[in-house]
Design a binder for this molecule. Structure first.
Ligand SMILES: [Zn+2]
Length: 163
């Protein structure tokens, strides 16, 4: 189980936001407002989440605590970067970076309520994949209720002799 320090009792007198993994075995809290929130477009975070990008809420470790299921938290470490997951359901739980050792980053999607910070920052945007949705217009897909799609872009005709 990762060693994540919990804050002193006084820290927890104020409002908190709670979160959980997919299966609900691991539950945690932070005090609110969180320190910050951000979108990470890095390839490593994309792979760790299996998603186009990850949105994190950053909190001081002293203002984060696991309230249930600490024995189910497992960790992958590489180059000083630590990523923790629920051993039962695989949900990403924590992302710790050596450049900010006092902070822990938690996927925004795991929280059950607001965290006091909106994700206004984009990190590693140069690593965003060309297939990520970036707000292009969507239209209903015929015969598939509830499905919308981005129509293919028209290709510009290339003049002869060009590649
Ligand atoms: Zn779980």
């Amino acid at each position: 189980m990762p060693r994540v320090r919990s804050g002193s009792a006084a820290v927890w007198d104020g409002p908190t936001a709670e979160g959980q993994c997919l299966c609900g075995a691991v539950r945690f809290q932070i005090t609110v407002p969180a320190r910050w929130a951000w979108h990470d477009h890095a390839a490593d975070s994309r792979r760790a989440h299996g998603a186009a990008y990850a949105t994190y809420v950053g909190a001081y470790k002293s203002r984060f605590r696991i309230t249930e299921g600490a024995d189910l938290v497992t960790r992958y470490e590489d180059g000083g970067i630590k990523r923790s997951f629920c051993a039962r359901c695989g949900s990403p739980l924590l992302y710790e970076r050596p450049r900010a050792p006092e902070m822990v980053n938690i996927p925004r999607a795991l929280f059950l309520s607001r965290t006091g910070r909106e994700p206004r920052y984009h990190l590693n945007i140069d690593e965003a994949p060309d297939w990520a949705y970036v707000g292009e217009p969507l239209a209903p897909l015929k015969d598939f209720p509830g499905v919308v799609w981005a129509k293919p872009k028209r290709r510009k005709k290339t003049p002869d002799g060009m590649f």
